[in-house]
Design a protein around this ligand. Structure first.
Ligand code: HEM
Length: 179
C-alpha cells in the first residue's frame, strides 16, 4: 500500500490527538516498517489495520468509525493533490463512475505497483441512484464508504448510502443522491 495512505492517516491522528498518540500507536503496532513512512514508499496494508486497531483501543472509538472518518479525510487530501481528477465533472455520481474507468487507471500509470480495488457501476433503477460494487481482497469497504462520503462533500451534495455484502471480497454501495 502506498505511503501516502499511511502519512495521511498519521497526520489525521496527529491533528486530532497529538504527536504523542502517533508515537503510542506506532510503538504498540510493532510494525515491520518501524512506522517511518514516505509518501512514495510501499508498505504492507496490514500495517494500516494494526495502526487503526491500536488507535481504536486508545481512544475507544470502534474501528469501522475510524476507517470511515479516515476515508473521508483522505478524499479531500487526494482531491487537493490531484485537482485535474476532480475537475472532470461536477456531478458526484458521474465522478464515482470515473474512479474505475479513469482515476484509478491514471493512478496505476503513476504508481505501477499501486494496490487498487475494482468497481462495477450501474444505475438500474433511476438516474440519481448509483449501484457501485467494490471488489478488493484488502477489505477496505469502510475506507471506501468514507471516500464516497468525502466525494459527496466535495461536490456539496448529500445522499443516502446503503451497503450490502455480496460475497467475501465484494460489497455493494447504493448511493441515492438527494436533490
Ligand atoms: C482524486 C481521487 C482519487 C485518487 C487520486 C485515488 C488514488 C488512490 C491511491 C493512490 C490509492 C492507494 C493505492 C495503494 O496504496 O497501493 C487508492 C486506494 C483506494 N481507492 Fe482511490 N483514489 C481516488 C478516489 C477514490 C474514490 C472516490 C474511491 C471510492 C469510491 C476510492 C476507493 C479506493 C479504495 C477503497 C482504496 C483502498 C485499496 C483497496 O480497497 O483495495 N478512491 N486510491
Amino acid at each position: 500500500m502506498k505511503g501516502v495512505i499511511f502519512t495521511e492517516f498519521l497526520s489525521m491522528v496527529e491533528s486530532a490527538h497529538g504527536l504523542d498518540m502517533v508515537d503510542t500507536i506506532i510503538e504498540k503496532s510493532d510494525l515491520p516498517s518501524g512506522g517511518a513512512y514516505t509518501a512514495v514508499g510501499t508498505y504492507p496494508h496490514t500495517e494500516i489495520v494494526s495502526l487503526v486497531c491500536n488507535l481504536s483501543e486508545e481512544i475507544s472509538v470502534p474501528v469501522p468509525d475510524l476507517l470511515k472518518a479516515y476515508g473521508q479525510h483522505l478524499f479531500h487530501r487526494l482531491a487537493a493533490s490531484y485537482p485535474s481528477f476532480v475537475a472532470q465533472t461536477d456531478d458526484p455520481l458521474e465522478f464515482l463512475e470515473l474512479v474505475e474507468t479513469y482515476i484509478h487507471v491514471e493512478v496505476r500509470k503513476l504508481y505501477p505497483d499501486a494496490e487498487l480495488p475494482s468497481f462495477e457501476c450501474s444505475r438500474p433503477n433511476a438516474p440519481n441512484e448509483l449501484h457501485m460494487t467494490y471488489h478488493s481482497v484488502r477489505h477496505m469497504e469502510d475506507v471506501c464508504e468514507g471516500l464516497i462520503r468525502g466525494s459527496l462533500e466535495h461536490f456539496h451534495r448529500t445522499a443516502n448510502i446503503k451497503r450490502q455484502s455480496i460475497d467475501d471480497d465484494s460489497e455493494l454501495f447504493i448511493i441515492t443522491l438527494n436533490n
